[in-house]
Design a binder for this molecule. Structure first.
Ligand SMILES: NC(=O)C1=CN([C@@H]2O[C@H](COP(=O)(O)OP(=O)(O)OC[C@H]3O[C@@H](n4cnc5c(N)ncnc54)[C@H](OP(=O)(O)O)[C@@H]3O)[C@@H](O)[C@H]2O)C=CC1
Ligand SMILES: N[C@@H](CC(=O)OP(=O)(O)O)C(=O)O
Length: 346
């Protein structure tokens, strides 16, 4: 099958490098163009990128010349891991020029006609793309912490109805990009503040779990309260979650509802789809980032410590790979879903 040429915007960054690693040998997409800042433009990728992945730079990528944002791109599909200071304007311009922009950056997530997609959860929100006035379109994935929260809450909201959610995150340092938080601020420490993160989680989760009638997106009608912390973990965001339900299911029933949850990526066996999007563990001391992060190649949401809560009704601990399912892997799965649904063609 002919592959679709794609460009990676922000190709030299933490998320950009993960895009390149995950797209190496991809059956549908071929990385044809790499874009980064004026600092990197004109250089060979191997010289521009401060490569931090455990695998070497793919041979097909290492010698490609990095382009700048103001150059015309040939690829119909663009994956964006651009710094938020430039992503908003650049993504709009590329959508106007006819590209399908699949973005990981936060800038357009709250635009009324831009969906935040988790393909297992809200593929019906793709319908809102028809209301975007540009020839190209912009699709986003959520904030990394929101990803695991919305994934774990989706089957519960669908079946029982959520009434309220309280979440505290313990976020890995890779979420801040490279070099991120200085080592002297994070080693042996917990930093109880991540700029803008709590607001994003509270707003994005209800947007994703809301409804779409094809003309507008209506947020779900429960409230999320979030507190965010940065912890000395390299990869893997952990979240403690307490929630209320409109019904009264047993813990076993809730666990089964989570375990059996699947969607379009599983039905269509998309290349990056986790076979089981939500893994529920009964081990009393799991999930742990150091032990569980690579389950389903980093694409799973792992739920543990599911139990009753004397205040909220239910509580659990969730965890996932912030730069894979929380970032580049999410965008790639969105692209695979768009292809499977006919929004992008070879
Ligand atoms: N890290 C994570 O886990 C997650 C990150 N995100 C989001 O993804 C995006 C990228 O994050 P991350 O990879 O961590 O960030 P990095 O700082 O590691 O990378 C930023 C990228 O943007 C490029 N860039 C910076 N300024 C410009 C410019 N003026 N013109 C063109 N390109 C530019 C950089 O190029 P150069 O190297 O040349 O400077 C680099 O490729 C951000 O919007 C972030 O909020 C979302 C979810 C999770
Ligand atoms: N803020 C997240 C990563 C991130 O960049 O999120 P967003 O895509 O919402 O800006 C973290 O620190 O772990």
């Amino acid at each position: 099958m002919k592959k679709i040429s794609v460009a990676v915007l922000g190709a030299t960054g933490t998320v950009g490098q993960k895009f390149i690693t995950l797209l190496d040998g991809h059956p549908l997409f071929d990385v044809a163009e790499l874009v980064a800042s004026p600092r990197s433009a004109g250089k060979a990728y191997r010289d521009a990128a401060n490569w931090k992945q455990p695998q070497p730079i793919p041979a097909t990528i290492a010698d490609k010349t990095v382009k700048s944002l103001d150059q015309k791109l040939e690829s119909p599909v663009l994956f964006s891991g651009l710094d938020a200071s430039v992503a908003g304007e650049a993504e709009t311009r590329f959508a106007e020029a006819g590209h399908m922009v699949i973005s990981n950056s936060r800038n357009h997530r709250m635009d009324p006609n831009v969906p935040i997609i988790i393909p297992e959860v809200n593929p019906d929100h793709f319908k809102i793309l028809d209301t975007q006035p540009t020839t190209g379109k912009i699709v986003t994935n959520s904030n990394c912490s929101t990803m695991f929260l919305a994934m774990a809450l989706a089957p519960l909201h669908r079946k029982y109805g959520l009434t309220k959610v309280q979440v505290t995150t313990l976020q890995a340092v890779s979420g801040g990009g490279y070099p991120g938080v200085p080592s002297l601020d994070i080693l042996g420490n917990v930093v109880p503040y991540i700029s803008g993160e709590e607001e994003k989680i509270e707003i994005e989760a209800v947007k994703i779990l809301g409804s779409c009638d094809g003309k507008s997106l209506t947020p779900a009608d429960f409230t999320v309260s979030a507190q965010c912390t940065r912890v000395p973990v390299i990869d893997g965001h952990t979240e403690t979650v307490a929630f209320g339900l409109a019904a009264n299911p047993s813990i076993e029933e809730v666990a089964e509802t989570l375990r059996s949850f699947t969607g379009i990526p599983q039905e269509k066996q998309l290349p990056s789809a986790p076979r089981q999007p939500i893994i529920v563990t009964d081990e009393p001391d799991r999930p742990q980032p150091a032990r569980d992060i690579l389950l389903e190649n980093g694409m799973a949401t792992i739920v543990g410590r599911l139990r009753t809560c004397p205040i909220m009704g239910y509580k659990m601990v969730i965890m996932g790979h912030n730069t894979v399912r929380g970032a580049a892997g999410a965008a790639i799965l969105n692209a695979e879903t768009l292809h499977a649904l006919g929004y992008i063609q070879a």
